[in-house]
Ligand binder design. Structure first.
Ligand SMILES: NC(=O)c1ccc[n+]([C@@H]2O[C@H](COP(=O)([O-])OP(=O)(O)OC[C@H]3O[C@@H](n4cnc5c(N)ncnc54)[C@H](OP(=O)(O)O)[C@@H]3O)[C@@H](O)[C@H]2O)c1
Length: 334
């Protein structure tokens, strides 16, 4: 434990509002934990936006340091798994919700869950990566196992073109799928095509409520929106197809019927990266390292400073951020 002070973004509960402040802290101010990490990067997720603006019930106790993921270097550890100098990442496990998260300028303690060691800035750019076990197996649609044979099954790359969505479009495109990217912002079309989208669909076409079964269009889908959009995707998914439900940017409600499931054998797969077991995380990170090119990641991510977080949080909740924002939190050590 050193006496150095570091700056942290701290949220406090106010009269019906979330009060944001930048404060200088010392290691002694950090909650207890067995690994002390010098945080170098974090990223701004939709959930962070909800936490910092107070527009979502994300923070379970105040004061809270937000930031659901980080990359950095171990400074001290009483855990047999981590040693000073290790490059580590942390995502989920209640970071920035129940446990102090990743936007103290330079320090974080690990309480539980796993950390691993990729390149810090790129790691923060990735975001959660546990989607793939299911998609991997099912993305081939009817007749399976024909990946990469030019059998470009149409799959609705992500519904929306931000962090999670951009990664899904880039990975699905790289794996040879014919990706239809859906967005409410046509100005993003070139960005999406460069990432790997074959077709761009206007989000307005996907939002109207659907009949229990619509014409079969998709071998699979990655959805970050929920609501009527997810219900329509399910009704349009082909026999044996799979839909990964990851988000609720368009609403938490899901009004659907059993028809896609019992008449077309469609699978609806829930994705949660927060409490995903360590083994599966490791597998997902290895797949991300394999299936998401550094070039795509560079085009998806943009850099910001800790001071920019409050304003960017308003932007991401308002749907005005594209791709993923990587926040340079602390001094970069390598
Ligand atoms: N399951 C998990 O483990 C996990 C992990 C990370 C994120 N998530 C969730 O996934 C979702 C996306 O996260 P993100 O970080 O990628 O957020 P993001 O970058 O802000 O992306 C949100 C997307 O939602 C679309 N959108 C915004 N408001 C909408 C509305 N009212 N109706 C329909 N679409 C709307 C936007 O589409 P346009 O392109 O059309 O503007 C945008 O692309 C969030 O709900 C987040 O909580 C879940």
């Amino acid at each position: 434990m050193s006496g150095d002070l570091f700056r942290a973004l701290i949220l406090r509960a106010g009269e019906g509002v979330t009060r944001i402040s930048f404060e200088s802290l010392a290691d002694a101010d950090l909650p207890p934990g067995d690994v002390l990490v010098a945080v170098e990067y974090s990223s701004l997720n939709y959930k962070d936006g909800l936490a910092v603006t107070g527009k979502g019930k994300i923070v379970r106790q105040y004061p809270m340091v937000p930031g659901v993921d980080f990359a950095g270097r171990v400074l001290g550890s009483s855990s047999p798994d981590y040693h000073p100098g290790d490059l580590v990442i942390g995502t989920g496990w209640g970071l920035g919700e129940a446990h102090w998260g990743a936007t103290p300028n330079g320090r974080a303690y690990r309480r539980n869950g796993s950390c691993r060691s990729p390149g810090a800035r790129h790691a923060s750019g990735h975001g959660p990566g546990n989607r793939r076990p299911h998609g991997h197996a099912r993305r081939d649609g009817p007749g399976g196992g024909r990946r990469g044979t030019g059998d470009r099954q149409p799959c609705a790359g992500d519904r929306r073109q931000r962090g999670l969505g951009s990664v899904a479009v880039a990975v699905l495109g790289r794996l040879g799928h014919r990706v239809f990217a859906v967005t409410g912002r046509p100005e993003n079309a070139e960005y999406l095509r460069a990432l790997g989208a074959a077709e761009i669909l206007d989000r307005a076409k996907m939002d109207p409520p659907a009949r229990p079964l619509e014409a079969q269009r998709w071998a699979g889908a990655v959805d970050a929106v929920g609501g009527t959009t997810l219900a329509r995707v399910l009704s349009e998914t082909r026999y044996g197809g799979a839909v990964a439900a990851c988000g609720l940017a368009g609403g938490a409600e899901l009004h659907t019927t059993v028809m896609p499931f019992i008449l077309r054998g469609v699978s609806l797969i829930g994705i949660n990266s927060v409490s995903c077991p360590a083994g599966r995380r490791r597998w997902a990170w290895e797949r991300l390292a394999q299936d998401l090119s550094v070039e795509a990641l560079e085009s998806i991510t943009r850099d910001a400073r800790l001071e920019d977080v409050p304003a960017l949080a308003e932007e991401i909740v308002a749907g005005r951020v594209r791709g993923r924002v990587v926040v340079a939190v602390g001094p970069v050590t390598g």
